[in-house]
Write a protein that binds this ligand. Structure first.
Ligand code: NAD
Length: 350
């Protein structure tokens, strides 16, 4: 699908467009300062041609900006990659730098959106809301299998205490009287002063009843949660990942669920999500057996990368994305530009 609007200066090819992306981007572009061209397909080396002669592209989390795709885009004249998300693990930053392309992102839109979804997952998993909902609709009012536990007094381990992790920590600490342990490459003394205890990862694994991931995916923390990490955890631990799928070794998690070492699992992200999420596949035969195995466990809840999905977040994403385009176009310095150093020193990389 192709759509253009208004008298404009910079042409922006928007990939992986859904109706909600278009709605919020068009609203943010009400003054028609940019020409937005919407494409439904994901950006890959096969679809890069759609952006021909457009100087900016606007990709989302599962678009594939590897060296091959970036080279094709650069040959076609793309100079700006304006990501409409925080994470940039899907971009080969070294290739982008070599090709003299600028990469910008939306580092913060609504950390509350993701933090609140994390809490929704924790509460649903614990009190089995996903199972209770179906039962009651079928006239089954039995309580067997729905037993939960009080969050009050539990120990919650937060990995990554940036914008989102801090809000999750605050909610569980102040809302449920949980003890909060934290791990971050860069501990924040102000957060610690609020009664949060920074510990090393083995200690966090060993002491937490609930572990929630809020760090970016970097080359250093791929499969941070693997069999060895799971071994260190409490029996029956609840694990929540609303950050990036590849932080977790999914096969190790399945083994942990089968042995009951992992008592609860909530995922909003999945390492192979690019082939699944954001699409209606209800009429398809899903080929990913690992994902399908996850769905068979009664103590697993999966949402399809929707933690960010609030009106507030989409409005903020659209506005910041188009501001990033304007900054680039007008040669202004832009705080949201990603430098190669961010990649190797992940402080602030979300
Ligand atoms: P942020 O940059 O504010 O915070 C990230 C924190 O993680 C920083 O304090 C950083 O020092 C820390 N960190 C970096 N590498 C680490 C490591 N190896 N171990 C421990 N800590 C590490 O980011 P944020 O806005 O809080 O977002 C956190 C993550 O949430 C993002 O990386 C993004 O991937 C994910 N996210 C998911 C969604 C969603 O819809 N599911 C939406 C937005 C963001």
């Amino acid at each position: 699908m192709r759509f253009a609007s208004g008298n404009v200066t910079m042409k922006v090819s928007v990939f992986s467009t859904k109706p909600y992306d278009r709605h919020f981007l068009e609203a943010a572009n009400a003054d028609a300062s940019h020409e937005l061209i919407f494409f439904e397909p994901r950006l890959t080396c096969d679809t890069a041609v759609l952006a021909a002669s457009n100087s900016a592209i606007c990709p989302f989390v599962n678009d594939k900006l590897d060296r091959e795709t970036l080279t094709l885009l650069a040959q076609q004249g793309t100079r700006l990659i304006a990501l409409r998300c925080a994470g940039f693990n899907n971009v080969d930053l070294a290739a982008a730098a070599e090709l003299e392309m600028t990469v910008a992102r939306v580092p913060a839109y609504s950390p509350h959106a993701v933090a609140e979804h994390t809490i929704a997952l924790i509460l649903s998993l614990n009190r089995k809301i996903h199972r209770a909902y179906s039962r009651v609709r079928e006239g089954n009012f039995a309580l067997n299998g729905l037993l939960g536990f009080d969050l009050n007094g539990c120990t919650v381990g937060i990995i990554g205490t940036g914008r989102i992790g801090k809000i999750v920590g605050k909610i569980v600490q102040q809302g449920f009287d949980c003890n909060v342990l934290a791990y971050d490459l860069y501990p924040d003394p102000k957060f610690e002063a609020q009664g949060v205890k920074y510990v090393d990862l083995p200690k966090l694994f060993a002491m937490s009843d609930i572990i929630s991931l809020h760090c970016p995916l970097t080359p250093d923390n791929y499969h941070l949660i693997d069999a060895a990490a799971i071994d260190m955890m409490k029996p029956g631990v609840m694990l929540v990942n609303t950050s990036r799928g590849a932080l977790i070794d999914t096969q190790a998690i399945i083994d942990g669920l089968k042995s009951r070492k992992i008592g609860y699992l909530a995922l909003d992200v999945y390492e192979q999500e690019a082939d699944l999420f954001f699409e209606d596949l209800s009429d398809s035969v899903i080929q990913d057996d690992v994902f399908e195995r996850l769905l068979t466990f009664p103590n697993v809840i999966i949402t399809g990368h929707q933690a960010f999905f609030t009106q507030n977040a989409l409005q903020s994403i659209a506005e910041t994305t188009l501001n990033n385009v304007s900054d680039f176009e007008q040669g202004r310095s832009c705080n949201n530009t990603i430098n190669l150093e961010d990649y190797f020193a992940p402080k602030g990389a979300g």
